[in-house]
Design a protein around this ligand. Structure first.
Ligand code: NAD
Length: 290
């Protein structure tokens, strides 16, 4: 396939490289000066998109996606796929999909989980919103860049799935860290705590697969000085998107709201910026109730 790829950062870089490695002709564009192996560079987003079968975007936020879409959509031909893999607000996803559909394109919103490691290894999970026809056309590309693609319904539903998932993740990581800090103060050994919780009803991905306590459970960023991994800043971004969506949809999400406020404090006023999101544990270790 002829593929245009816009946004060649930490995620888009390796994703585009994997598509090129698999034999697709990939033309890329990024406002930063980046070289990706196997990817031909274009001088603009519109140039990267012109005449391609599929255009993929992997951009920082909804405002940038909307601006890029304005340039890219008119350059694309009828029946081609506009595949946005960025994490953005549901409204931006739906408005870009509307504009693409009106132009005769097949839009998909397909945010990912799996992080930079998943992008490099081609093991991402895609949560996809859009039509059956668009999903079927993009499926071979999901199979290269990832290990799973779940079709979640019409446009915007991929973003909805992503922010609901990450709202659960943010809240469970916080309470897992709180529980370790409480266990310390109660004199409960961390290994014993892990052995019980990871096989009892308190188990979760945060505890079992990404344990925030160094030296306990499987290898995780806690074993590497809390170097991300999944940065607390990105968790804050996703929690803010979840609360923006909750506001728009009039949904009551008090745990998501509390998680957002804690990550905001951690990133903006404490030492959380640039650290893994599981570094909430050393934060709680230092604190008492006051
Ligand atoms: P990044 O900042 O490394 O990459 C974004 C790239 O977009 C940058 O290279 C930037 O120069 C480029 N860019 C910005 N404006 C542009 C424009 N107008 N035209 C072309 N290029 C432009 O970010 P990332 O970590 O690759 O994340 C990309 C998206 O994936 C985000 O929406 C993020 O929330 C999501 N995501 C990231 C992770 C992760 O672990 N990094 C995990 C899941 C989802």
């Amino acid at each position: 396939m002829q593929i245009g790829f816009i946004g060649l950062g930490n995620m888009g870089g390796p994703m585009s490289a994997n598509l090129a490695k698999a034999g697709h002709a990939v033309t890329g564009f990024d406002t930063a000066d980046v070289e990706i192996e196997g990817v031909t560079r274009a001088a603009s987003a519109a140039e990267a998109a012109a005449g391609r079968d599929v255009v993929i975007t992997m951009l920082p936020n909804g405002a940038i996606l909307r601006a890029v879409a304005e340039d890219v959509i008119p350059a694309m031909h009828t029946g081609s796929v506009f595949l946005d893999c960025s994490t953005v607000d549901v409204e931006s996803a739906r408005s870009v999909a509307d504009a693409a559909e009106k132009a005769g394109l097949l839009p998909l919103d397909a945010p990912v989980s799996g992080g930079i490691g998943g992008a490099q290894g081609g093991t991402l999970t895609f949560m996809v919103g859009g039509s059956d026809a668009a999903f079927a056309k993009a499926k071979p590309l999901f199979d290269i860049m990832g290990q799973k693609a779940v079709h979640c319904g019409p446009s915007g539903n991929g973003q909805a799935a992503k922010i609901c998932n990450n709202m659960i993740l943010g809240a469970t990581m916080i309470v897992t860290c709180e529980a370790f800090a409480l266990a310390d103060k109660l004199g409960l050994d961390r290994q014993a705590m892990f052995d019980v919780v990871s096989t009892s009803s308190g188990y979760s991905w945060s505890m079992n697969a990404y344990c925030p306590a160094p030296g306990i459970g499987p290898q995780s960023p806690a074993d590497n000085g809390y170097k991300p991994g999944f940065a607390a800043d990105l968790m804050l971004k996703d929690l803010r998107l979840s609360q923006q969506a909750a506001e728009t949809a009039d949904a009551d999400t008090p745990m998501g709201q509390a998680a957002m406020e804690l990550y905001a404090r951690f990133v903006e006023q404490e030492d959380g910026a640039g650290r893994d999101f599981s570094a909430m544990l050393p934060r709680f270790e230092k604190r008492g109730r006051g």
